[in-house]
Design a protein around this ligand. Sequence first.
Ligand code: G6P
Length: 608
Amino acid sequence: MCGIMGYIGDRPAAPILLDGLARLEYRGYDSAGVAVAHNGTVAVRKAAGKLARLREMLEREPLPGTVGIGHTRWATHGQPTDTNAHPHTDESGRFVVIHNGIIENFLPLREELAARGHRLRSDTDTEVLAHLIEEEYRGDIVEATRRAVSRAAGAYALVVLCAHEPGRIVAVRMISPLVVGFGEGEMLLASDIPALLPHTRDVLVVEDGELVVLTRDAVRVETLEGRPVARQRLHVTWTAEQAERGGFPHFMLKEIYEQPRALQETLMGRLDGPDSVTLEGVHLDAAFARSLEKVWITACGTAYHAGLVGRYLFERVLRVATEADYAHELRYRDPLVEPGHLVVAISQSGETADTLAAARLCRSRGARVLAVTNVVGSTLSREADDVLYTRAGPEIAVASTKAYLTMLVGQVLLTLHLARLRGALAAEATRHLVEELTLLPRKVQEVLNHPAPVEALAREIACCEHVYFIGRGLDYAVAMEGSLKLKEISYIHSEAMPAGELKHGTLALVTPGTPVVVVLTQRHVYEKTISGLQEVKARGARVIAVAYEDDPEIEKHADRVLRVPRTHDFLSPVVSMVPLQLLAYWVARERGHDIDQPRNLAKSVTVE
Ligand code: G6P
């Protein structure tokens, strides 16, 4: 995710762009930049770091002009540096672009452009667009943009400013959001409505595959093929704060609903075909993969729970002994980490002190450290040998949701990659897994489309004092995360354990009416889990099952069933976790808590 802002009118553009970017900083904040057209040229100012750096730069070197574009970045390709910050230009500086999203085929495009003599300066996928537009320009920036984007694949929003045609701003939406704002004798453009609200409440939401041309007092909307589109403007009644959350009452709910999109981004450009996975920052080779004898997964909190899923996948698919350990435990237990071992350190922020310390320790013992992280340029990503970015976009709510799901899918990609290098998975099995992987965004969306049963259940259990979560194998990993979600925002005491472990102690706490959530997707242990479920039912527990939608048995055993679409058993955590996220959210809401900032917790724990 990144934030995009555009202005064309009679007022000085730079302060309007800066104000808009400040309102869009929740979409990304690792670097920022603006470009303003003036006297036949377009001048660019950009800087890595928070918006404040750009603001200072503009105070020192102001940009006059009343037409401009601005960007606040959440890096996906290339570290957050001054050079990689947007806007990007062609070599002449006449064609200026900002962009949100991913250009999937940027590598072949870069090579083509380089072969034709273009010199690209940044590591971004964005810069290729400025060069393509320059190549395609024959006096009409709209046509040049149209032709350039026809060569780009991916999901993105793009905004273009041309020094030769300062009277218009061109933008294209291909999945990533873009909204036009109507002012008095001025027009605006932004990734999201909050940035527009100080200027106007009349907006037009650009749809996928549309191109818009903004002039001072009008907007023209057309398809990418050039057919005009008639579109009604909308009048927005949200406050700026509501709008920042996309109309959702809390960031957590917004982030839960962003998951299908986030998963698409995690997968984008990484599955070249049924048996080829491309992971841009991962440089493991076949020799390393084949001789691999041990994998250590280390993390904290939700990332650790994602690691429990990874452990299972690595062992089952790669047949490599794998341990998953809390980073704060691993670092102090003198682990038997050796050269040739792979350490997978998982961290949304890439800044968790314990995870960094554990990764450093393992690296100092000669292991190869692979980071799975959401933040490009984070400490973990810089210190690791290999990096797999999850591409969830900024996560604001303390309770992690979309970061978790993308960590799961990231680890599935890693498993597939290593499996190919090791020759560990038959072609047919790979194809099946890949096929199901690509269906996950849609299946998660299906769960999100039917929240009513979860909301009803939340009302039932909101007054309970204890809730238990059980499951076996991957279902146990999900039970752990489901329990954490519930306790961290609802403040209800909850515990998760393997379904087979309940009878060894915790069963003593189950009394009539105690909610026990059982996650039940794994075919090979299904009957075993049902037995555990019977044990709690016999003690009067209120059994809540998360099960596949076509499970014919489960109604007989459970009081409430939350259904999820069937998928490959290895991928089930991605769908089965979603109703549990919603459950935690709705219980916390029922209890009237501060959902986005639960008491005593922090998003990122950078102290030991
Ligand atoms: C904190 C957050 C958790 C998070 C954990 C690890 O405790 O509240 O939501 O899972 O840190 O964070 P990381 O950024 O390393 O994934």
